[in-house]
Each structure stands twice: as structure tokens, then as C-alpha cells.
Design a protein around this ligand. Sequence first.
Ligand SMILES: [Fe+2]
Length: 455
Amino acid sequence: MVGLRGRCISVCWHLDSKPTEEKARMLPAGVFLVLSCWVVSLVLGVPPIETQPEQVHISYPGLHGSMMVSWTTFSEADSMVEYGLLGGKLFELVAKGSSAVFVDGGSEKRKLFIHRVMLTRLKPGSTYVYHCGSEAGWSNIFYFTALNESSDWSPRFALFGDMGNKNPQSLARLQKETQVGMYDVILHIGDFAYDMDEDNARIGDEFMRQIESIAAYVPYMTCPGNHENNYNFSNYKNRFSMPGDTEGLWYSWNVGPAHIISFSTEVYFYVDYGLDLIVKQYEWLRNDLEQANKPENRKSRPWVITMGHRPMYCSNNDSDDCTLFESLVQLVEAYNFVLISGVDLELWAHEHTYERLWPVYGFMVYNGSKEEPYVNPKAPVHIITGSAGCREKHDGFIPDPRDWSAFRNSDYGYTRMQVFNSTHLYIEQVSDDQNGKVIDSMWLVKDQHGAAAWA
Ligand SMILES: [Fe+2]
């Protein structure tokens, strides 16, 4: 086919050198060949460069002054990030990392090279410009701001779950808001792409290209959902780079005045992948909450926030687990850690709706007071935000909300959260269906954190 392209170019060039009448006589054939050439080019496109980086995204590895840059190539290449402070000399710093081969579980056994480079000694709060790749191909240029390491600042989050490759309705608004600097962190609370392993993981590739426009600019922190379950969550485990050594199944990290715990609700549902995961996660969660709750730690990071995909409570009508009183995710609550450790806020997705709950524990509502339910509440507050948009569209609600349901809405959208300081946390829900209108908001105010707050 390259020969045909070459022949097209040569005929076009040849036509220019002919006398006018001869040109006119040859024109139909010439036009045909030029058109053929154009069609062939359209069909063939540009030959793929398999060492060209794509699907660039960043995450916070949990170490002071660091940021992980991850990307994909389709053949082997070096792993480098060239970067520098915004306004300084471009690419004056270089960091090197490595790549790991990920073989998808589908019939084609497609092979992806997942590159990871950790940037260290970043200046907190400074903005860096970077590209990644190797001498065999570089990415576009992106930028990010290194996280402020102190506990005395007010990080801003975008939160959502259940965003798909098809119908990711909230993505455009999130792209613009991320790129103008409205967020410090994005939390994607499970269910990606629908599904990353489909079409021999090409859907995963497409999705990771789609989210590059947000995930290459701010740390994109994740937890697994049920749509990641195929081949033992291998697409999830390989494509994302979360802190810790569990391939992103469970981990925790600190940002501003918050300690954030991400865990897998899926260990309770996909037990074929190992009952031991339930035990391991249990041990880890107990230990992590014990550490987070030590007086010196709780003093600097007073807010303890969890995120997991499937909610404990909901009032949807799809007969899903959270509508049942014997919900498997209730096991987490049954551990009692949540209460003993005084977890302040629990973030969920899975239901393709938004729902804000009253402070609830053991199916009982424990508002701070009748007038100010979220001022010094006596139980954790739950938010379900799984309406970013996917091919499964919306979920419905049961007609009569449960006792614990404070507000619910099924518009496509996402949640904004800001942890202002040690006592004040703000949450608002954005409706994409209503052109970005804020349809719900809440101030969670806590003068005291930990188990003592429940007294
Ligand atoms: Fe889900």
C-alpha cells in the first residue's frame, strides 16, 4: 500500500509538467488517482507508532513531595519524565522509571507496556510542566501542582463513580473545571469505562485516553468497582498506580487535614478471587484506623474519610445490595472500626444517582440536632455519587425514601468537596443535566473528631 501512495504522489507531480491540453485529457484519470490516494490515506491513517506514550495520568504515591506519572505504550520503550517549574526552563529535570508488561486476559492476549515514573523532591504548591516518554516518542505537554504537604490548607476534590467510555456525560464539564484549576485531587470511586477489559481491553485504552484530559493534571485516585472484576481486576490493578503494595485494592493517604482510606467493597462479592482478601483487608483497615486515630495523628489530620464503591445504605429500586438490610458491605460497619475510630465521612458510588444521607449507624439516624443535623453529628455521614454517566444510564429510587435518606437526585453529575479546616467540610452536588447547577450542598461541622464525638 505504501507503493500505491508513492504512485499517487508521483502521478500528481507528473501531471504538473504536461502541456495544458494533455493535462485536460489526462484529468479524469488523474482526478481518479488523486481521489483514490486520498481515500487510501483516510483508510490507512497515520501508521501507529507503538512507542508513542498515551493514556497519561498522575497519582499521589503518599510520600512527601512526590507524584507518580503513568502511561501506556504498545511496545517496549524507556520510561522518562522531563519536567520543570512553570515559568522556568522547560524540561530541565529528568526522572527515570520502569515499565511493566500487562497482558490482558482476553482472547487476543494484547500486550501493553505500563510505564511508571515517580517524581520526588517536588516543591509543595508549585506547578510543574512535564511530558513523558522516551527518545522513541514523547507525550503532549501537561502540568500539575505538587500537593501541599502541610495539614493546614484546604484541598478541593471532584468526586464521582461509574463513568463509562460511552455516555461519560460529566466529563466535558470536569475537563474544563480541572484545567482551570478548580480541583487539587479527583477521586474516582469505582466502575471505569464499562468495561476496561472489553474488546480485548481496547475499551480500557479508549477510556484512559478520554480521562487523560483530567487525570494528567491532578492526582486521579481510585478504588475498584464491580465493573473491574474480569480477570481478577487485572485492568484496574495494572493501569492505575495507587499508594501501598496492594495494586490499588486498599490504601490510605493524607491530604491537608484529611486522612483518606480507599478500600475494596468487591472482596465481599468476588470471593472466587480469594476469601483471604477479606481477612487481609480487615487486618489492614483495623491497623490503619488505629494509626489514624492516634492522638498525634488525629490532631494533624482530624478528618477521616473512607471511599469504597458499593454503598452500605441507599434508597434505590434496583434490588441492589444496599437496599437490603443484610447488605454485605454492612460487614465493614459490623467490624465496628468505623464507630470506634470516629470515621467522619463515607463516600460511595455504584448507584447511578446522588444521595446524601443523614448521619447513620446501624440503620439508625444520629443527627447532631433537629435544627443542625450535620453540626456535631453522632454517626458518620454518607454520600453516594455514582451519576457521572455511563452506558447503563440512570438508576431509580424507591418511592418512599428510607429514614436515613436526606436528599436524592438522579441527574447526571458529580460532587465537589472541600476540606476547609479541622472543623469545617463542604460538599456540593453539580447537575450536568442542569448546565452545572448546584442542586445540593452541605456543611459538615465537627468541633470534635474520633469516638469522643459520638458521645
Ligand atoms: Fe458498580
